[in-house]
Design a protein around this ligand. Sequence first.
Ligand code: OGA
Ligand code: MN
Length: 286
Amino acid sequence: MVYKLIDVDSSIGPVGAVVSGVDLSQPLSTECKEEIHRAWLENHVLFFHDQDLTPAQQADFAANFGALDVYPFMKAVDTHPNVIPIIKEADAKMNFGGDWHTDTSYQPLPPKATLLYALEVPETGGDTLFANATMAYESLSEAMRKTLEPLTGVFSPKMVHGSGGDYNSVAAKGNLGDAYGGSAEIAEQEVEHPIIRTHVETGRKSIYCSKPHTHRIKGWTRDESIPMFKFLTKHLTQEQYVTRFQWRKGSLAMWDNRCVFHNALNDYQGKRRHMHRVIVQGERPI
Ligand code: OGA
Ligand code: MN
């Protein structure tokens, strides 16, 4: 792939690339946006370092890739309705996103992109792992792919945000701060999506079901379904599909929820971590 305006280093691991030569706080030319979009589809996650972004600048950059979305379980910052703070205080125990998942896949229209920007990170720890769900899918046996492809998943936030979940509004107030909440009704809803998702822009297939967000395979019991989710998570999180990203203050990661899983490591007890998060609307998974 040839890029004229940006530098794209994809030697960092099985998924993702570090992009340099661009200041995301400024409006971008059509050609530059096109190159970033192409690099994103090619690499699934882009990482930018040394950026200095206000909430509005982060949101404006995200809006180059589609309409901005709203996360149903957290309040936005005062200065922008589409930017939510992800903060783990030094005395907090639980973190946000600390399990393998793609973002809000339990929604009818899950966001296609998430843009996470680091304002304050611990000196060590607090890295995020990314897994290439396309490579992982393509490496399954043909018989396994044929078995999985026709299956529908019943996705729900109830395992994490429902009354028994770790992130339900009562538990979350203690663990994740006052900004966390959300409606109990949304927390129990169920939606159907394919277990294996086809990317509308690339046509490639990826593993899409996950342990925290997929309640069961349609027509199967939950007990029957869980071993399949466990197997697929174990498969896709093998070393050969995973890139570990070390944040610096001013880093921004932009990932494609249609083909990459992520997991926020919670190995920095006693330290504060502060991020800003913007999501871009996606389409119904097919
Ligand atoms: C998220 C998330 C990961 C992190 O913002 O969706 O999972 O490293 N965050 O904070
Ligand atoms: Mn996430």
